[in-house]
Design a protein around this ligand. Structure first.
Ligand code: 6PG
Length: 247
């Protein structure tokens, strides 16, 4: 099942996403004592992370019961501003002063294949024998239809079993580690956060009913039993029919 929610702009989308994060966290913690969230990189979710770290929400969320994972990472140096962990730490994690065992970064200090294998072990250790079902997965959308680092044309798009993979953009001097669709699609709730006019065409194509096989990597994201929601600003939704509902 998937839903589309439109917001006036990125600020409104970010405020709603922060509120939904808080709501999901409290529900999961009340039910199972912990909340597992997979974080997106890129620019779109930054404001959501900043809002979550602000005082009112900081107080209301049992942060010590939350575990943070990443959907992908660039294999660059630890303090490299291109790392998704760097952005998320500055926007959200550093102000929260969390325990180290709550934060599960992808170890891009390792060789890419080793980092991918290491992260699969990290996921297995966290989820144990249970399915790796994240309570919440936040994803962005690239203008080429990628999400996480599931890049167009990469072998990772064909992965049906492994939870992690190594990908690479030809024009980038570094590899990436990404979680795969089989892992992501186990989630209870997947929120795509999409903003900006430059995403309008790819969003329109992705949400079109006739797109089989998926025209873009993000089309592989179809939760097995969970919910998929597209949270978009008006600019990104500008090519969608007014009453458009996703397939
Ligand atoms: C990455 C991100 C990526 C991102 C999209 C959208 O490491 O590049 O994880 O999947 O979500 O590229 O990025 P923007 O939000 O900056 O448009």
């Amino acid at each position: 099942m998937s839903r589309l929610q439109r917001f006036a702009d990125l600020e409104a989308l970010s405020r709603a996403a922060a509120a939904r994060f808080a709501e999901q966290a409290k529900t999961a913690i009340a039910a199972r004592g912990r909340f597992s969230v997979l974080l997106a990189g890129g620019e779109t979710p930054r404001r959501t992370y900043e809002l979550l770290a602000e005082e009112p929400r900081q107080r209301a969320i049992p942060w010590d019961r939350i575990h943070f994972f990443w959907g992908d990472e660039r294999c660059v140096g630890a303090q490299d501003p291109q790392r998704n962990e760097t952005m998320v730490s500055r926007a959200l994690l550093d102000p929260l002063e969390l325990r180290s065992d709550q934060v599960h970064p992808i170890r891009s200090d390792l060789a890419p294949e080793q980092a991918a294998a290491d992260y699969a072990v990290e996921l297995r250790n966290f989820f144990g024998t249970a399915p790796p079902c994240f309570d919440l997965v936040l994803l962005g959308l690239g203008t080429d239809g990628h999400t996480a680092s599931l890049l167009p044309g990469s072998a990772a798009l064909e992965e049906k079993v492994r939870w992690t993979a190594v990908t690479r953009r030809p024009e980038e001097p570094f590899s990436r580690v990404t979680l795969t669709a089989p892992l992501l699609n186990q989630a209870a709730l997947i929120l795509f956060l999409v903003a900006g006019r430059n995403k309008a065409e790819v969003l329109r194509a992705l949400l079109a009913r006739t797109a089989h096989p998926p025209p873009y990597p993000a089309g592989l994201i179809r939760p097995l039993t969970g919910t998929l929601e597209w949270w978009v600003d008006q600019a990104a939704a500008s090519l969608l029919a007014p009453g458009h509902a996703p397939a």
